[in-house]
Write a protein that binds this ligand. Structure first.
Ligand code: DQA
Length: 139
């Protein structure tokens, strides 16, 4: 099984950025643990702060991978272009968030992407990614 994790803007700063919201682990450290725990799964990782690069990655892997786990960061709330890319590809996409966006500012309550995704997982810290992976393994 091949799974692509895609992180959007500012998620390169995990472990440094707003630790009370996003925790103090870097994504690289978390990814290492995840790969160690799921040795049978190929877990690829891509991060970009640029909307177009996130779309290019979805196009690149969207007809060959088994699943995408996407944290589009703030683009979740704004990007029709990423929503269209998710709808255009064959690979299913799960939207994830580290924080519980529904407990936060009103502008974070709406997702432009959710309707094009399999489902949404939010609020479980970095564990949100593992829960999404479990879906692909057990469906
Ligand atoms: C986030 C929530 C978004 O609202 C925010 O813009 C992020 C991170 C999360 O993982 O909790 O960058 O997607």
């Amino acid at each position: 099984m091949k799974i692509q994790i895609i992180n959007g803007p500012n998620l390169n700063l995990l472990g440094v950025r707003e630790k009370s919201i996003y925790g103090d682990s870097s994504f690289d450290t978390y990814l290492e643990q995840l790969r160690h725990q799921y040795t049978d799964v190929i877990i690829e990782y891509f991060q970009s702060n640029k909307e177009g690069e996130l779309i290019d990655k979805l196009h690149e892997i969207g007809f060959s991978y088994d699943g995408v786990i996407l944290n589009a960061g703030a683009y979740t709330h704004t990007s029709i272009a990423i929503a269209d890319a998710i709808a255009a590809i064959n690979t299913p996409v799960i939207e994830v968030h580290i924080s519980n966006v529904h407990k936060r500012e009103a502008f974070r309550h709406h997702s432009m992407l959710a309707a094009s995704c399999v489902g949404v997982i939010a609020g479980f810290g970095l564990n949100s990614y593992r829960l999404a992976l479990e879906h692909y393994l057990t469906r």
